[in-house]
Design a protein around this ligand. Structure first.
Ligand code: GLY
Ligand code: MN
Ligand code: MN
Length: 443
């Protein structure tokens, strides 16, 4: 656990809230208790190595343990939750440290060193038992794995962050901010993508397996790849633009932050400034009661104005939006829920009963279709990209005359722009978790 007294103070209420959520969801679905498994390390096919371990999100909701394969929680409503803490005794890998932290006071602790001991540690399971997590052969028995109705109820509630979760995500933003400052310095010193990534990890003190997602470190036209996954070792001949989408973790909770920079081009810098202003405008509109689908439309309306102001389109902004031209330049959604996962569960839910609200046909990539409520943490991440395949389709379409191709082609070598902050919805308006952290890290 990130040892912070403020987080320690917030944890009991967080645990109480999650226990209440589980109790209500179990009762509604006719279960008597739940076993929540962290998950196991997964062997690579015909290899004795394993894939990086990623803990089951609902395990992390209960305990600040992200790297503890084969541990589990057993929760019976009305009783203290049990933590079954797995510490292997093998000598190839270090076992997890003995559990420590004030949060432990709230659990019955049972340490085990053999997988087979799970069954004994769980005791005699009575009634209907819900198991959550990757199904585990040796724990089959009477458990019902990942009941869809139960998970829907939990996924829906998960959007409402506890004060502890908000504090963890604010801290995850503070950590990421240190990385962003170091990455920008490395870029300005002509570092390669790989070196920039190293500078980021160094400054955050998080290795790749601790980061909530693989860093997106994109110089020049690589920024046109939305989730660019490589880290080039060589510097481009003219490093002109730089997009970094990189977060950090705190007690299993994520931050997700993107910035874009440019050098040697006033036209590109002006475009970045406009997207940044657009992003801040959208952030300022985040409030309880707002339909995120409508906010996504607003982002496209503002993007159309940016395209017009910078001379990238020959038609009016209204026409560009109505004709769907903005979707070529911004093919992904405005943002998503954030928390235990980067793209947190429940973004398309319409109710705790599992009903759904699908994204509009025009915006199939939109990951959030809910009406914002206090406690939601969402990303606001508009972009403006020059994606060759999409531009070619636009060039061949009936809309080609609406584009100033000379301007678009001249900017294409910069790849694209994305500006992303994490924003908390409160009763009294938006609270940006990313910008203040970045400002603090810059001084
Ligand atoms: N980092 C992935 C995203 O922004 O959604
Ligand atoms: Mn994001
Ligand atoms: Mn991101």
């Amino acid at each position: 656990m990130n040892h912070d007294e403020a987080l320690d103070d917030l944890y009991p209420a967080h645990l109480k809230e999650w226990a209440a959520r589980f109790e209500a969801a179990l009762e509604a679905t006719g279960f008597d208790s739940a076993v929540i498994l962290a998950g196991s390390e997964q062997a690579i096919f015909r290899d004795d190595n394993t894939y990086p371990f990623v803990a089951e999100p609902y395990f992390k909701a209960w305990v600040p343990l992200s790297h503890h394969p084969d541990s589990a929680i057993h929760f019976v409503p009305g009783q203290r939750p049990r933590l079954i803490y797995f510490q292997h005794t093998g000598f190839w890998h270090a076992p997890p440290e003995p559990p420590a932290g004030t949060w432990l006071e709230y659990f019955e602790l049972e340490c085990i060193d053999k997988l087979a001991a799970h069954t004994a540690a769980l005791g005699t399971l009575t009634g209907r038992v819900a198991a959550i997590g990757p199904p585990h052969d040796e724990l089959g028995g009477a458990m019902i794995w990942n009941d869809a109705t139960l998970l829907a109820a939990l996924d829906f509630r998960r959007a409402y962050k506890t004060s502890y979760e908000i504090a963890c995500m604010a801290e995850a933003n503070a950590i990421a901010a240190r990385g962003h400052v170091a990455a920008r310095q490395a870029y300005e010193n002509d570092a390669s993508e790989f070196m920039i990534h190293q500078a980021y990890c160094d400054a955050t003190a998080q290795r790749e397996t601790e980061l909530p997602y693989l860093n997106i470190v994109a110089l020049n036209e690589h920024a046109a790849v939305l989730h660019y996954q490589h880290l080039a070792h060589t510097q481009p001949r003219t490093p002109s633009s730089f997009l970094i989408d990189a977060g950090a973790s705190c007690n299993g909770y994520a931050s997700d932050v993107t910035r874009t920079y440019s050098r040697d081009s006033s036209a590109m810098q002006a475009l970045i400034d406009s997207v940044d202003a657009l992003q801040q405008e959208i952030c300022s509109r985040v409030e309880a009661g707002l339909d995120f689908v409508a906010l996504n439309e607003t982002a496209h309306a503002l993007l159309a104005e940016v395209l017009h102001t910078h001379g990238l389109i020959r038609c009016t902004a209204e026409e560009a939006q109505a004709r769907g031209i903005t979707r070529t330049f911004l093919p992904h959604g405005l943002g998503h829920l954030l928390g235990l996962q980067v793209h947190d569960a429940g973004g398309h839910m319409a109710g705790a009963d599992g009903s759904r609200r699908e994204p509009p046909l025009a915006h199939p990539m939109l990951r959030l279709t809910r009406t914002l409520e206090p406690g939601f943490v969402v990303t606001i991440e508009p972009g403006l990209y020059f994606i060759p395949s999409l531009l070619e389709a636009l060039r061949a379409s009936e809309h080609t005359d609406a584009i100033d191709w000379r301007e678009v082609d001249a900017l294409s070598r910069f790849g694209g722009i994305r500006i992303e902050d994490d924003v908390l919805v409160t009763e009294s308006g938006p609270r940006n978790l990313s910008r203040p952290a970045l400002e603090r890290a810059c001084v």
